[in-house]
Design a protein around this ligand. Structure first.
Ligand SMILES: Cc1cc2nc3c(=O)[nH]c(=O)nc-3n(C[C@H](O)[C@H](O)[C@H](O)COP(=O)(O)OP(=O)(O)OC[C@H]3O[C@@H](n4cnc5c(N)ncnc54)[C@H](O)[C@@H]3O)c2cc1C
Ligand code: FES
Ligand code: FES
Length: 495
């Protein structure tokens, strides 16, 4: 069992021991290594100024993804290669993206600049042909407070790619890769400053550790927990990382998706694109690329937020959650998984290991909706999933799940009963809208008033009807109603 965390930063090897392991990556980079190109502004994953590359060994290579360094803790990063903005320029010379930023005057105060550069590099890693659409989607999550978006955008479009190198060309992976791949499968155990950390490599060891430590906090991508820790809402003493539990398997077939709990939201979105495009379209509005690269499906489900975005779809498609504890695995339908506000039916020794998502069959209707104060990088005020089967003009079966209208994601049995057996018509959806309002118990909070959520719960059914009755390719904006109440946002934590 190793008693240190091993990471590489810009090709340099570091063995980390003691209290420093419990620091955020951004603190280590800036204060420990003086790599101050990585900035920290929001410290909650929301602005992108701390964006860095995280390379993990996968299939004989290092797979690099962007993450927010402010909400990644060093203990999560055992056996990783971090590349910062400083690591993108060889021999101290600016790389073509950095040159383009200078040429196009894409930097004013400069706080956002490194994050934009790292995110642009991520786009060029997969394709050197840049389009406006790719650039816009790839830069979601990078904010510029000086509002210099136009020159930044121009810089991204005008990069001279002939001299641009991918990370695997800049860093000869051969040396670090072998060591990182070996270390990825090694358990780590360390303690310092009254804190305990364990990285198990089997579910049996993880369940045992969890059962022996009542205060154990399991961490996967850390995109919920990192924010809570940074904001002082949580100070865990016992931490267990799920990164070495082999939970990243993703199997896609014609009738189901089976995803390990550690599958990232980004990988789930890509997999869904082929077999469940409605889910992929919906997940496109989940967080930002760095958040989706780190955040996992299992973390979203276990977090048990009534506004978690992955879940409404899982409810109406009757997904099965596999839990593993001391007695081995068991299955539970996600509809039975939540027992109250942020409470699940998982026993203290259990972890989520994987999720089986049955796919809708030909002819079945399936639609997802997310309403938030802004379209990109915002947490839902309200969300909905509707699955329906018609027998001619008659609604034969329907399943509806709403998020943001009660203490947990809610199935809507009375509204469903109201629709079943009825004729697919404007009238029945109008009356179902009233049934839905009677069935929910929304509260007013920073994201919207109770009345606004009631209006959404009603109008989403009318929207579903109008989209199915007269399909168009328009975007899924809920019909205008009384808007939220203009309260300020209260930060990023998912409540
Ligand atoms: C800027 C920002 C934007 C975001 N946008 C969205 C959004 O649009 N929609 C949305 O739904 N969420 C959003 N989130 C929240 C977060 O990214 C998701 O909930 C994510 O899926 C959490 O996954 P994770 O692996 O990071 O979880 P972690 O933070 O690692 O853990 C979350 C919870 O799950 C538990 N857990 C993790 N893995 C397991 C497991 N295998 N078994 C049992 N318990 C486990 C942890 O103990 C913890 O309680 C956002 C967060 C940030 C910071
Ligand atoms: S500092 Fe804003 S995302 Fe990390
Ligand atoms: S240049 Fe100042 S925040 Fe973007």
């Amino acid at each position: 069992m190793r008693d240190f965390v091993l990471i590489y930063v810009n090709g340099q090897r570091y063995e980390l021991r003691g209290a420093q392991v419990f620091q955020p990556l951004s603190t280590f980079l800036r204060s420990g290594l003086q790599l101050t190109g990585t900035k920290v502004v929001c410290a909650e994953g929301d602005c992108g100024s701390c964006t860095v590359f995280l390379g993990r060994p996968k299939s004989g290579t290092l797979q690099y993804r962007t993450v927010c360094a402010c909400i990644q803790y060093l203990y999560q990063l055992d056996a990783c290669h971090i590349v910062t903005v400083e690591g993108l320029c060889a021999d101290g010379k600016l790389n073509p993206i950095q040159e383009s930023m200078v040429r196009c005057q894409g930097s004013q105060c400069g706080y956002c600049t490194p994050g934009f550069i790292v995110s642009m590099q991520a786009l060029f890693e997969t394709d050197t042909v840049m389009t406006e659409q790719r650039l816009r989607r790839g830069l979601v999550g990078n904010l510029c407070r000086c509002t210099g978006y136009e020159p930044i955008f121009r810089a991204g479009m005008e990069v001279e790619t002939k001299n641009l190198h991918r990370l695997d060309e800049m860093y000869n992976a051969a040396g670090p890769l072998a060591e990182l791949a070996r270390c990825a499968d090694e358990p780590v155990r360390l303690a310092a400053d009254g804190k305990n950390f364990f990285k198990p490599t089997s579910l049996a060891d993880a369940a045992k550790f969890k059962s022996e430590h009542a205060d154990c906090m399991v961490i996967s991508g850390g995109t919920d927990l990192g924010v809570q820790m940074n904001k002082g809402l949580r100070e865990p003493k016992t931490i267990m990382s799920a990164t070495a539990l082999n939970l990243t398997d993703l199997q896609v077939s014609a009738d189901q998706i089976i995803a390990g709990a550690g599958v990232s939201i980004a990988d789930l979105e890509s997999a869904a694109a082929a077999v469940l495009p409605e889910y992929a379209r919906f997940l496109a509005w989940f967080g930002s690329p760095p958040i989706k690269n780190a955040g996992t499906l299992g973390g979203n489900i276990a977090n048990a937020s009534p506004i978690g975005d992955s879940m409404p779809a899982l409810f109406v498609l009757n997904a099965q959650i596999e839990l593993v504890g001391l007695n081995g695995p068991r299955l539970i339908n996600i509809n039975d998984f939540y027992i109250g506000y942020k409470k699940t039916a998982a026993a203290p020794d259990e972890l989520i290991s994987r999720i089986t998502l049955p796919l809708p069959k030909h002819g079945e209707l399936f639609k997802l909706y997310k309403v938030s104060k802004r379209k990109d990088l915002d947490i839902s005020t309200f969300s909905a999933a509707i699955w329906m089967k018609l027998d001619g003009p008659t609604i034969s079966v329907v399943r509806i799940a709403y998020g943001g209208v009660g203490p947990k994601i809610m199935r809507m049995p009375q509204t469903e009963a109201h629709l079943i057996g009825g004729k697919f018509s404007q009238e029945i959806f109008d009356s179902a809208a009233q049934a839905a309002v009677a069935e929910i118990t929304p509260i007013s909070d920073v994201r919207g008033s109770a009345e606004y959520r009631q209006l959404l719960a009603a109008n989403i059914l009318r929207k579903f009807y109008s989209e199915v009755a007269a399909p168009s390719n328009g975007d899924h904006k809920v019909p205008a109603g009384k808007n939220g109440n203009g309260w300020p946002r209260r930060g990023r934590q998912m409540d």
